[in-house]
Write a protein that binds this ligand. Structure first.
Ligand SMILES: [Zn+2]
Length: 139
């Protein structure tokens, strides 16, 4: 296996395109990186996503969550900067809260302890979401 091969799925990684540097010079493709991020969010119950319009995404935009509710405070971010709070159904099917400050898209996200707003079974939601991200592994 060379460093041009995805360490997770074995796909060939195009130069400068779909490569993420990993431990010991290993690389994974964008799809596998998104899957790793998904599992990491579920495991840790927190992380970092990007708030863009009505969506929260990972940095490549492959993993996406729809914002359900958003509040905005013009100077709530401290030091005169804005603060946006967003709530969304996270990777595990539960409600998550995102906080975005200043002029960057970066948002800190965290699972909310309270139960989900949705009538979806969280487990089924998580499995469906993960299956969609892992679809490239079967083929
Ligand atoms: Zn891969």
């Amino acid at each position: 296996m060379t460093d041009k091969t995805c360490a997770d799925c074995g796909a060939t990684i195009e130069d400068g395109q779909s490569a993420v540097l990993r431990e010991k010079g290993k690389r994974v493709c964008y799809s596998c990186a998104a899957l790793r991020e998904f599992d990491d969010l579920v495991r840790r119950g927190q992380g970092v996503l990007y708030l863009t319009g009505s969506e929260l995404t990972n940095w490549t935009g492959i993993m996406r969550f729809n914002v359900r509710l958003e509040t905005f405070s013009k100077h709530g971010g401290g030091f005169g900067s804005q603060r946006t709070d967003a709530w969304f159904t996270g990777p595990d099917g539960h409600t998550w809260h995102a906080i975005n400050r200043g002029d960057m898209d970066l948002a800190r996200v965290r699972r909310v302890q309270a139960d989900t707003y949705t009538r979806l079974d969280p487990r089924a939601y998580q499995e469906a979401m993960r299956k969609a991200l892992a679809a490239h592994l079967e083929g």
